[in-house]
Design a protein around this ligand. Structure first.
Ligand code: PLP
Length: 562
């Protein structure tokens, strides 16, 4: 299987890529890449509209793909398979259409504590609009749903139950069949978020008897921007359209519009035609390998990986459910997950770090983030061994920065602001550019950044408040500023974060701005500096946004505080 994925033969930081971020998205086999090429080279046209041959070809391929997907999930009819943009879109469709048209004050929607934000926020929005109440099934320390609590929360008021099949942040496989059966006894409708399941085991929506099932193409070796909502025909028939536009209508006059039949009623506008067709190719690909086989292989790989990861000193697994898919979320005692992610990347290993769009899960475990290695069927023991060796190396060699009390940037209640390092931000920027030039490659530069971050004095705890919190960063960032009492033109600030890589960026910002005149802060062209130093290119999008949020906070405070 591995040989089918060209990207797995590439290098990351000069080392063979070990891709362990399959929970976020899977890589694509050559057959899927070729199918995309073939579609745009030979089959492209709009569907359902043209009388000419090419349009009929594209329409046939698109509809044939729907039938493949129907068979893949064992839906009773192909009209129960609706193309969407992905899991998020599928859940929003049900929440908006079914939720808005049926929920009323006093009704309840039940989700679990381990949901992805995409299975929380759409329901919150609909509950706010309809007066229904959102209830949450708690989870235990292992990250398993507490079934007795679920039973207690269920009542005739429960109208919709929407739960995840496999948790993306914990790996827990939920007992969805039992959940569906119990919810049905109370007359509730059940949606299953299958984003993390479909590529890892067989799906049979009729055996499950779920009312809706949602998944994304890109998590099952297919393209991004395409996903599926399965829904029972009798429910979908009764639901109003989610969006209006071309293709979803039967007849339009200014007085009244009648709607098209299923599934088109829910497919307004020109869809992702290539995505739909190529998803069919991806489905063929996994079906030929066999989902049973994939499930057995991944279970064995997880058992191998998880036992060895847990042996590494300082590692704590988050999510230790008895039934787990191939996801390992973990924290280490010394290294912040974001720093771990950057250092593993330097070893050629791609893992995800952060809250994984599951902030309530992080809150439940009282942690800001985890590192997550999520495996797919093409991962091997060799990948796992390299990952484990890299985690060992990073955790063993990493010197944790001093505890909060060791070197605070305050003394006797007085805050010790860093002084200016050069006569202007421009001069400080030149010094930084020279330093970075000497460091050479980005591997060394990252290490330098993390070291700088490690040396940044911690911010006094009492200054870490909601007011000093900088929003828009992946990590927790606080920034406190003041004009110098001796010279009101001078802008002083300190900042801090829980991740050393972000502290490294703060150290750069301090060199540029701390102790400088407020008007010089405003004038300095930091964007050009970020380009020259290469930060805009080498930071991840999320971290670049975080850096921009810190800069705009510095500029605002420099302009405002007098
Ligand atoms: N649900 C779960 C459990 C997920 O893991 C994800 C994506 O990570 C989603 C929903 C959202 O999927 P998408 O971004 O493809 O819509």
């Amino acid at each position: 299987m591995r040989a089918d994925f060209p990207i797995l033969r590439t290098l990351a930081h000069g080392k063979p890529l070990v891709y362990l971020d399959n929970g976020a998205t899977t890589q694509k086999p050559q057959i899927v890449i070729d199918a995309t090429d073939t579609y745009y080279s030979r089959e492209n046209s709009n569907i359902h509209r043209g009388v000419y041959e090419l349009s009929q070809l594209a329409t046939t391929l698109y509809e044939e793909s729907r039938i493949k997907i129907q068979k893949f999930i064992n839906a009773a009819e192909s009209r129960e398979v609706i193309y969407t943009k992905g899991t998020t879109d599928s859940i929003n469709l049900v929440a908006s259409s079914l939720g808005r048209s049926t929920l009323k004050p006093g009704d309840e929607v039940l989700i679990s504590h381990m949901e992805h934000h995409s299975n929380i926020v759409p329901w919150q929005l609909i509950c706010e609009q309809t007066g229904a109440m959102l209830k949450v099934i708690p989870i235990n320390e292992a990250g398993e749903l507490i079934f007795e609590e679920f039973e207690k929360l269920l009542s005739p008021r429960t109208k919709i139950v929407s739960v995840v099949h496999v948790s993306n942040s914990l790996g827990t496989i939920n007992p969805v069949k039992q959940i569906i059966d119990l919810a049905h006894k109370q007359g509730a409708v059940v949606l299953i978020d299958g984003a993390q399941w479909v590529a890892h085991g067989p799906t049979d929506v009729q055996a499950l008897d779920c009312d809706f099932y949602a998944f994304s193409g890109h998590k099952i070796f297919g393209p991004t921007g395409i996903g599926i909502l399965y829904g029972k025909a009798k429910l979908l028939d009764a639901m109003p359209p989610y969006q209006g536009g071309g293709d979803m209508i039967s007849n339009v006059t200014f007085e009244k519009t009648t709607y098209n039949d299923l599934p088109y009623k829910f497919e307004a506008g020109t869809p992702n035609i290539a995505g739909g067709i190529v998803l069919g190719t991806a489905i063929d690909y996994v079906s030929n390998i066999g989902l049973e086989k994939i499930a057995a292989y991944e279970a064995e790989l997880l058992a191998y990986a998880q036992a060895r990861l847990a042996e590494i000193p300082g590692v704590r697994l988050i999510g230790t459910a008895k039934k787990k898919a191939s996801v390992m979320s973990f924290i280490t005692s010394g290294v912040h997950p974001h720093d771990l992610g950057v250092l593993l990347d330097l070893e050629g290993i791609a893992v995800r770090t952060g809250h994984h769009c599951c902030q309530p899960v992080m809150d439940r475990f009282h942690i800001p983030a985890t590192a997550r290695a999520s495996m797919a069927a093409y991962n091997t023991r060799d990948d796992i061994d390299r990952f484990l060796a890299a985690v060992r190396k990073v955790t063993a060699s990493y010197t944790p920065r001093p505890a909060q009390s060791a070197a605070p940037s305050s003394s006797n209640g007085k805050i010790l602001f860093p002084p200016a390092v050069a006569e202007s931000p421009e001069a400080a920027a030149q010094e930084l550019l020279d330093n970075f030039d000497m460091l050479g490659d980005w591997q060394t530069r990252y290490q330098y950044l993390i070291e700088m971050g490690g040396k940044l004095p911690p911010m006094p705890k009492e200054l870490k408040t909601d007011t000093t919190r900088v929003h828009g960063c992946q990590s927790v960032v606080h920034l406190y500023s003041q004009r110098d009492p001796k010279d009101k033109q001078v802008f002083n600030f300190i900042a801090d974060s829980d991740a050393d890589i972000v502290r490294g960026l703060i150290a750069i910002l301090e060199r540029l701005y701390a102790g400088q005149k407020a008007d010089a802060v405003a004038k300095f062209d930091v964007e050009t500096f970020f380009k020259e130093i290469g930060l805009d290119q080498h930071l991840s999008g999320g971290r670049r946004n975080g850096l921009s949020s810190m800069v705009s906070r510095i500029r605002t405070e420099a302009a405002e505080k007098v």
